[in-house]
Design a binder for this molecule. Structure first.
Ligand code: PEP
Length: 267
């Protein structure tokens, strides 16, 4: 990563996606363990790596003491409604997330695309609405196994990206827009992309962003997600072009999440 390039807005991030896990007391315990295990240098040096957590909606409030502005962690929701407010039963809008203390939201996770039929159009509306409201966005893209096996993974990911960004204007390309490449076949399977394959996709994404959105586009932080563990985080980061991680399973234990954070900070 171009850490000495002061003109870049790229930032290293490690974000834990807690999915539908942890009751509030458990989230509270994990938050405490994380804070206790973070070295003071990491907490003080925000430019080294930013650490985020994405608990369930109902645990947002209880993790507040450890999240910005009171604490060092950045708080994300796992989803956000496309609409500001209204008669949308079961939805939570951007202003409600900000009100609950979340500064950002994950959008377009493959589990939402698959289990809740979120399509490119809906994801594009969510991205635009969230950015307009002032949230940070982690936009997820990634191909299923059969697409990778057919060799169409790059075009699949670029098509998801192009659709998701289609409602944006140049002003939206700030450091509040982060991307995450998460191959579907790597999520929760224990089989991560090889560092070379992950880095190749990140370069493809960045190249496409540069072609379409010039420097502000190419400057996005691009995280990798999919079976990141203490044992592979270092080699993934070392491959270059990877600005950090979105971590599922391994973020549910302080020890493994802290080890991944350390790898991201030191490489
Ligand atoms: C995820 O769901 O975003 C994810 C990366 O999960 P895991 O790390 O468990 O593969």
């Amino acid at each position: 990563m171009e850490s000495n390039d002061k003109t870049t807005t790229r930032q290293r991030w490690v974000v834990g996606n807690w999915k539908q896990h942890l009751l509030r007391a458990e989230a509270d315990t994990l938050g405490r363990e994380l804070i206790a295990g973070l070295s003071p240098e990491l907490i003080d040096r925000d430019d080294s790596v930013r650490i985020g957590i994405a608990p369930t909606f109902v645990a947002l409030e209880s993790t507040r003491p450890w999240t910005r502005p009171a604490g060092p962690l950045w708080l994300f929701a796992q989803n956000v409604a496309a609409q500001e407010s209204g008669a949308f039963t079961g939805e939570v809008g951007p202003a409600m997330l900000l009100d609950a203390g979340a500064g950002g939201a994950i959008i377009g996770h493959s589990e939402r695309r698959k289990h809740y039929s979120e399509d490119d159009g809906l994801i594009a509306s969510k991205v635009r609405g969230a950015l307009d409201a002032g949230l940070r966005v982690i936009l997820c893209v990634g191909e299923p196994l059969e697409v990778r096996q057919a060799g169409d993974h790059e075009s699949h990911v670029i098509s998801q990206l192009s659709a998701a960004l289609s409602h944006l204007t140049p002003e939206h390309f700030t450091d509040r827009l982060l991307l995450a490449y998460e191959p579907v076949w790597a999520i929760g399977t224990g089989v991560a992309a090889t560092p070379a394959d992950a880095a190749a996709m990140h370069r493809r994404i960045r190249g496409w962003m540069e072609e379409h959105y010039s420097r502000p586009g190419a400057d996005r932080s691009i995280l990798y997600g999919g079976s990141v563990k203490p044992g592979n985080a270092g080699e993934l980061i070392a491959a270059g072009d990877i600005d950090g991680f979105l971590v599922g399973g391994a973020s549910l234990r302080a020890e493994s999440f802290l080890s991944i954070i350390q790898s991201a900070a030191t490489e």
